[in-house]
Design a protein around this ligand. Structure first.
Ligand code: PEP
Length: 247
């Protein structure tokens, strides 16, 4: 089975709820039909985004969740709440959340299990820092992050996961991994999936690249054999997102 190209725009903490509907509507009819486009918008804009994608094949994603179903967790949002409002995807373990909010690999695993339990598709982010790349431990770091994130997740469920390889040094910096660097790590992730599960899982799972993807470099990155699209920050907030998605 051919894997679909999935391109998710991570808006981070940008764009007002009142601007969201019009912004999404502006893309109508511009993306290639064979692309799955996901708008990962701030929590306060999710309901507007869900409304805006009605009648299209775009999906809406959240940028975080709390792993518990409900309870005394002031300010948090559960997977069940996201699913109930029509959200389909959720970014988990983005490097900004790891860096600024202390998220750990174990926490990422708990959130991924919660998302899958509610029928959401988790986009699990992994990636090395520049220091780790310079020490030549990129593959070890990414393998460990992925392995812990997938702990106790069964074969049936893992096929519904998206893994985003995002080298921390490439996020929001304008420095993009070369297509060879990105392909090497995405292939290593796929090999790990074959090792942890089997070839059928390895072939089924969508593996994205993220880190300063733009309208000029997306085509080459997404045409690598083990790269099935991207997680896109800055460029997803511009008209250029069309060129990114269409690659
Ligand atoms: C991201 O937010 O995941 C990201 C990759 O950002 P940017 O495309 O701006 O580097």
């Amino acid at each position: 089975m051919e894997r679909k190209i999935v391109v998710a725009g991570n808006w981070k903490m940008n764009m007002l709820p009142s601007q969201t509907g019009e912004f999404i509507a502006g893309f109508k009819g511009k993306f290639k039909d064979d692309r799955q486009v996901v708008f990962c918008v701030p929590a306060v804009s999710l309901s507007v985004a869900v409304e805006a994608v009605k009648g299209t094949n775009y999906a809406v994603g959240a940028q975080n969740l709390h792993e518990k179903e409900s309870g005394a967790y002031t300010g948090e949002i559960s997977s069940q709440m996201l699913a109930d409002m029509g959200v389909k995807y959720v970014i988990i373990g983005h490097s900004e959340r790891r860096q600024y909010f202390g998220e750990t690999d174990e926490g990422v695993n708990a959130k991924a299990q919660s998302a899958l339990g509610a029928g959401l598709i988790p986009i699990i982010c992994v990636g090395e820092t520049l220091e780790e790349r310079n020490k030549n431990i990129t593959l070890e770091v990414v393998r460990l992050q992925t392995k812990v994130a997938l702990h106790n997740i069964e074969e049936k469920a893992v096929k519904n996961i998206v893994i985003a390889y995002e080298p921390v040094w490439a996020i929001g910096t304008g420095l993009t991994a070369t297509s060879q660097q990105a392909e090497e790590v995405c292939k290593a992730i796929r090999d790990l999936l074959a090792e942890l599960y089997n070839d059928s899982v390895a072939k089924a799972v969508t593996i994205q690249y993220g880190g300063s993807v733009n309208g000029k470099n997306a085509g080459e990155l997404f045409s690598q054999p083990n790269i099935d699209g991207g997680l896109v920050g800055g460029a997803s907030l511009k008209a250029e997102f069309v060129d990114v998605v269409n690659g």
